[in-house]
Design a protein around this ligand. Structure first.
Ligand code: PEP
Length: 258
């Protein structure tokens, strides 16, 4: 049983062209709908590449699918001389509900630091996109036993100067980098401990009441076979799923916690 509406989010990364995206979303909606299960208590959201978003919007709107979608990144700027970047304004127009910010692959491959992440959160909020803020430690930090401190520092730096009212529907995704795409999964105790620490930090930075409304989800090699196990803790409100979100049946099973 969940206190907050659980979120199962699928990060497709750089997979699925615009035709494959339509096939996957169709199959996902069909599979979710077909199952004799009240999946609507769960928010299911997909994060395709930018080039797929228009197609996904047309399908979701046209067929009135009960699915949300968002982008994997956005520019810190709204328009202008930023070749290759995509504005939050465009994502809002395409009906995106959420946007991933600060995924470890962005931090690593594009040198995104806490300041960049913060300015992207601001950009998302200017366009009514709920930020899904990704934080989490690498293997060395975990082995040094500094994962709590490291992750909370990332959280605090990302949110500095932003008020609770502005943050609205913020989601925090705790993703230990050593568990992403590796098949290594944090245990339910780990996921719970880190989610509780993140919530306590939000309570300290804002208020307990605010912290209670914010969803903290876990990411890192989540599959249908381990989702129910990992999400046992009362502070773990869902999952951010990479690899296993590319298979409609598997992702639908995850959304049903099967
Ligand atoms: C991710 O990229 O956010 C992720 C959790 O990937 P995977 O599920 O493949 O580990």
């Amino acid at each position: 049983t969940f206190t907050r509406r659980p979120l199962i989010a699928g990060n497709w990364k750089m997979n699925m062209d615009h035709m494959q995206a339509i096939a996957l979303v169709q199959k996902l909606a069909w599979t979710l709908d077909d199952a004799d299960h009240d999946y609507r208590r769960v928010q299911v959201s997909v994060f395709p590449p930018f080039t797929d978003l228009r197609g996904v919007q047309t399908l979701v709107r046209g067929d009135k699918l009960d699915l949300d979608y968002g982008a994997q990144d956005l520019s810190a700027h709204d328009s202008g001389a930023h070749t290759g970047d995509v504005s939050g304004a465009f994502l809002q127009k395409l009906g995106c509900a959420q946007v991933l910010i600060g995924h470890s692959e962005r931090r690593e491959n594009h040198s995104e630091d806490d300041e960049t992440v913060r300015s992207k959160i601001h950009a998302a909020l200017r366009h009514e996109l709920a930020p899904v803020l990704c934080i989490g430690e690498g293997l060395e930090v975990r082995e040094a036993g500094e994962h709590v401190q490291h992750t909370l520092a990332q959280l605090q730096a990302a949110l500095q100067g932003i008020t609770a009212e502005e943050l609205g529907e913020l989601v925090v995704a705790y993703e230990p980098v050593w568990a992403i795409g590796t098949g290594k999964v944090a245990g339910p105790e780990d996921a719970q401990q880190m989610s509780a620490a993140i919530r306590a930090k939000l309570a300290e930075l804002y208020s307990g009441g605010f912290a209670d409304t914010i969803r903290v989800i876990y990411g890192g090699s989540v599959k249908s076979g381990n989702v129910a196990h990992i999400l046992q803790g009362s502070d773990v409100d869902g999952a951010l799923v990479g690899g296993a979100s590319l298979d409609a049946e598997e992702f639908a099973k995850i959304a049903r916690f099967e």
